[in-house]
Design a protein around this ligand. Structure first.
Ligand code: TYD
Length: 212
């Protein structure tokens, strides 16, 4: 496996989607190898179906461990169908969310505990780890305000969780970033979109000059 595996993470409302929309074309222009953009939970047929079940606000009765297992199952299928083949071909893979999302959302947000979530995800990913993770940090008040503005009442099942849930998610991300500062690069998501894109672009291209 000689590709480069980059993930992008953050609480809801951190601006991942807008940042990726600007960041990806710039990375694409500079990439010295083929580059692939994909997202979790989904990216492939089976995982997209699982994603719909998880995020449907009508599925309010879903048990939290069921939710964690479904995310891990969607992740597994996406890994096998998209990520691993691309990395084996030496490509650069940029993935919107990966295991850190489950650690933060299910481990801390749902209070299942990080070790339990690590266990089921180890089964799903068999040791595949991102080389580099861009973490867009935003406080939960700002994040939730942005969601309220952009979703027009159509927030998904996780976005409609309480402020306390989102605060637990953010604190877990901050702790993960603190524990693994080599892999996880934190960017302040409250800056302007252009500033966030610039900081993210610089972090990635300066860390991997052999790929960009
Ligand atoms: P996503 O579509 O990436 O939403 P956003 O554009 O807001 O980042 O993810 C949908 C939701 O799924 C989001 O609220 C985070 C949640 N999620 C988990 O709870 N656990 C996971 O393992 C993943 C991948 C996502």
């Amino acid at each position: 496996m000689n590709g480069l595996f980059i993930t992008i993470e953050g609480p809801d409302g951190a601006g991942k989607t807008s940042v990726l929309n600007e960041l990806y074309p710039r990375l694409q222009l500079l990439a010295k190898r083929p580059i692939v953009k994909t997202r979790e939970p989904g990216g492939v047929k089976i995982s997209e179906k699982i994603r719909k079940i998880i995020l449907d606000p009508a599925n309010g009765e879903m048990d939290e461990r069921t939710e964690a297992l479904l995310y891990a199952a969607a992740r597994r299928q996406h890994l096998v169908e998209v990520i691993l083949p691309a990395l084996e071909q030496g490509k650069i893979v940029i993935c919107d969310r990966f295991v850190d999302s489950s650690l933060a959302y299910q481990g801390a947000g749902r209070r299942i505990g990080i070790p339990e979530i690590e266990k089921i995800n180890n089964f799903a990913i068999e040791g595949t780890k991102p080389d580099f993770t861009l973490y867009l940090d935003v406080d939960s008040d700002t994040g939730l305000q942005r969601i309220a503005r952009s979703r027009h009442g159509k927030a998904d099942r996780l976005e409609t969780e309480s402020l306390e849930f989102h605060q637990r998610v953010r604190h877990a991300y901050l702790k993960l970033a603190e524990e693994d500062p080599v892999r996880i690069h934190k960017v302040d998501g409250r800056m302007s979109l252009q500033e966030v894109v610039e900081a993210s672009f610089t972090a990635i291209t300066e860390t991997y000059p052999e790929y960009f």
